[in-house]
Design a protein around this ligand. Structure first.
Ligand SMILES: [Zn+2]
Ligand SMILES: [Zn+2]
Length: 444
């Protein structure tokens, strides 16, 4: 038996090196006003944590073989966004078999599910996410099979520790569809799925480990409507929709020169299939996207992109229809949760750097705006350059035993970082303070 940490005031603050490492990221965020933000000190008390950590990691190790089978089953039957029906069913079945209360088709979303485990009354609620979707043609090229089993491992590990050490608390695992396209987590946020949680975590495979920023992104579908005409007999009677798209594309290319290095703009033109060259195209569709390091900057980029679209519309004389799709917000990794993850991963021999170079985007960014959240990237061996996420090489890598082992390690780190909030008031207080401070910073 051991004593749980209940009086953070009495404890020593965490060591200075810890704070300065964490401040690197904060300093980057605050570049504009050159301020460094340090984490408030919190309890360094670890009474009880060694025991719960051992319970969590033993449980995860004991599940590893079963999780490997589940991961391969998912990998061998990839399903794209919103179509993860089989994946939904096998994950729901697995969670039921392991004693969680499961709601299939949760929150009115066909391929979402929720699995919960409550021990005793009260306590905190910690959340994890298991992503489900694959990509068209290349299958699980983003390794969401590893994310799914990582979430399951962490949830089952934490539930086991609540039970064994007789602690009050609740674990919620959400099966989240459509990360690659459609923003499944945004729909789940709207439906209130995250409201019950005090914090939420997920892990993601990439070629390099790290706490890595992710960009805010917004996409717009653009349709130009012109007027068809004979391209030789009466071109003057035509209104050329393809010209509208080409002008828009070129305007975006020009705009790109004046973007910040962290911002991105992309566009593709869907030229009508088998369009005859002797008819002025009366219709053309495009998809355009802008990305930014921070969500608040994205609004400005959206306006600038709309101006590019207007340039194409006005110069061609077309009519235009613009439909903005979902927006993924930038990722706000909670630095207190992050440091706990980093510290634990070090004990497994895994270095997790805090980087400032952004990768892609994720709908988990939106989750990180709602509550304290962490989304560490864990490295899997991919066989070198050209095999990053969304490539056939990564699909292959996400199926290997080595990748599975890395997912298991990362799941342990995620579970340990989350579980401390059950047993250390000072720790959770700091997690919450970091979140509130970030909320203030991002609204400046
Ligand atoms: Zn992806
Ligand atoms: Zn992904």
């Amino acid at each position: 038996m051991f004593n749980w940490c209940r009086s953070p005031e009495a404890e020593e603050p965490r060591s200075a090196p810890t704070c300065s490492r964490l401040s690197e990221k904060q300093a980057f965020r605050d570049e504009s006003n050159a301020q460094e933000t340090h984490l408030p000190a919190y309890s360094s008390c670890r009474f009880g944590q060694d025991e719960t950590t051992a319970t969590i990691t033993d449980k995860i190790d004991s599940l590893s073989k079963e999780l490997r089978v589940l991961s391969l089953d998912m990998h061998d039957h990839p399903e794209i966004a919103w179509e993860e029906k089989r994946t939904h069913d096998i994950l729901v079945k697995f969670m039921k078999q392991h004693g969680f209360k499961v709601t299939p088709h949760a929150y009115g979303i066909e391929t979402a599910w929720e699995a919960t485990y409550q021990h005793k009354e009260g306590g905190r609620t910690i959340g994890f996410n298991s992503e489900e979707d694959a990509l068209p043609k290349v299958g699980h090229a983003c390794g969401h099979n590893l994310i799914a089993i990582g979430g399951i491992a962490a949830a089952l590990g934490c539930a086991e520790a609540l039970k064994k050490h007789d602690l009050p608390g609740k674990v919620v695992l959400l099966g989240t569809p459509a990360e690659e396209r459609g923003g499944g987590k945004i729909k789940l946020i709207e439906k209130g799925a995250y409201k019950q949680m005090d914090l939420c975590l997920m892990i993601h495979p990439t070629p390099l480990s790290g706490l890595i920023p992710m960009l805010a992104v917004s996409e717009v579908v653009v349709e130009f409507f012109g007027h068809g005409a004979h391209a030789a007999m009466a071109p003057h009677e035509g209104i050329n929709a393809l010209d509208a798209a080409v002008t828009t594309y070129n305007a975006i290319s020009v705009m790109r020169q004046q973007l910040l290095p962290s911002d991105r703009a992309h566009a593709v033109i869907y030229i009508p299939e088998n369009a005859p060259v002797n008819i002025i195209p009366d219709y053309c569709k495009m998809k355009c996207a802008v990305r930014s390091f921070e969500y608040k900057r994205l609004v400005d980029l959206q306006k600038r992109l709309e101006n590019c679209i207007q340039a194409g519309t006005i110069s061609s004389g077309c009519k235009v229809k613009m439909e903005w799709d979902y927006t993924y917000k930038d990722l706000r990794n909670n630095s207190a949760l992050g440091q706990e993850y980093i510290d634990y991963m070090k004990t497994l021999g895994v270095e997790v750097p805090i980087t400032t170079e952004a990768l892609g985007s994720t709908d988990f960014g939106n989750v990180s705006y709602e509550l304290p959240a962490l989304h560490p990237m864990f490295a899997i061996p991919t066989g070198g350059e050209g095999n990053g996420n969304h490539t056939p090489g990564f699909t292959e890598a996400a199926r290997t035993k080595a990748a599975h082992e890395e997912a298991i390690k990362s799941a342990k780190g995620m579970a340990v970082a989350a579980f401390r909030s059950f047993i250390d008031e000072g720790y959770y207080k700091t997690v919450r303070e970091v979140y509130e401070q970030d909320k203030k910073d991002r609204s400046k």
